[in-house]
Ligand binder design. Structure first.
Ligand SMILES: Nc1ncnc2c1ncn2[C@@H]1O[C@H](COP(=O)(O)OP(=O)(O)OP(=O)(O)O)[C@@H](O)[C@H]1O
Length: 253
């Protein structure tokens, strides 16, 4: 297993936000994390990213608990793109992406042409190279989102956690990004609301409801009309797309 969690529970006061969650994501898989607003997706991702300590349970990389892992060692492996990621307002786009290289440097190591190359490639990948010299503050919401993803790619992680990465993106960039994530040679866990994108681009899905995991499996296996009614209270008609062969969800109103 690439990244796994066992019996994770996280509370705020007496309120249980993440309730006894266990999961295992295999190397190289793209796994979609689905569920209604407030069901605990971001909270779970923050725990997996090591930003929150669970009250019970463990998170592991290749079976080794992250609890005792040095921060830098962890950051060389796991990148996290938060839903509302902030960046120092006065930075240029290229400098924001440069931050992704920090875990790969010591205070005494010098900047290399490979570092520059990695940053250029990351910016190119998210279609932001032409904005390299622009100030962060002047970017649109979607452009900021793409720069944060470039920073995560510059980190050259083996696991990438993304919290609603297509938020703010136009449909062209949503599809481009989901395609990119699904093709990256890394393990990806991505919180996503668009069920058709989840079906098209994810190898497996984890569905949460009220802090618990209620379904896991391939999109083919678990995206059913019953599940979508039970979890999201939406009426749907699901069929196999004649165009891409994956399940396609029609919403009935
Ligand atoms: N620090 C906190 N203090 C109090 N409540 C919190 C805290 N963090 C999260 N919550 C609550 O926990 C629940 C889960 O929040 P979380 O952000 O994990 O949901 P989510 O599934 O990511 O939602 P969305 O789809 O809207 O982004 C929400 O009810 C939220 O208000």
């Amino acid at each position: 297993m690439s990244i796994s969690a066992e019996n994770i529970t996280w509370k705020v006061g007496k309120k249980v936000i993440v309730n006894n969650v266990s999961l295992a994501v295999s190397q190289g898989q793209t796994v979609g994390l689905l569920g209604p607003n407030g069901c605990g997706k971001s909270s779970l991702l923050r725990i997996l990213a090591g930003l929150r300590r669970p009250h019970t349970g463990t998170v592991a990389l290749d079976g080794k608990s992250i609890a005792g892992m040095a921060k830098k060692q962890f950051a060389r492996r796991v990148a996290f793109v938060e839903q509302h990621g902030m960046t120092d307002a006065n930075m240029r786009v290229r400098d924001v992406v440069k931050l992704g290289r920090i875990p790969h440097h010591s205070p005494f190591s010098s900047w290399t042409p490979q570092d520059d190359e990695t940053i250029t490639t990351a910016l190119k990948t998210v279609d932001m190279l032409h904005h390299s010299e622009q100030g962060w503050q002047s970017l649109s919401g979607g452009e900021r989102q793409r720069v944060h993803i470039a920073r995560a790619l510059a980190q050259m992680p083996t696991e990438i956690l993304l919290d609603e990465p297509t938020n703010h993106l136009d449909i062209h960039h949503q599809i481009q990004l989901m395609q990119l994530i699904s093709q990256l040679p890394v393990t990806s866990l991505v919180a996503i609301h668009d069920l058709n994108h989840a079906s098209m681009f994810c190898d497996a899905l984890i569905v949460m409801q009220q802090g618990e995991i209620v379904a896991t499996g391939t999109p083919q296996e678990i995206l059913t009309e019953d599940l979508l009614w039970d979890v999201f209270r939406v009426k749907t008609k699901i069929e196999l797309s004649p165009f891409h062969g994956k399940k396609h969800i029609h919403y009935l109103v």
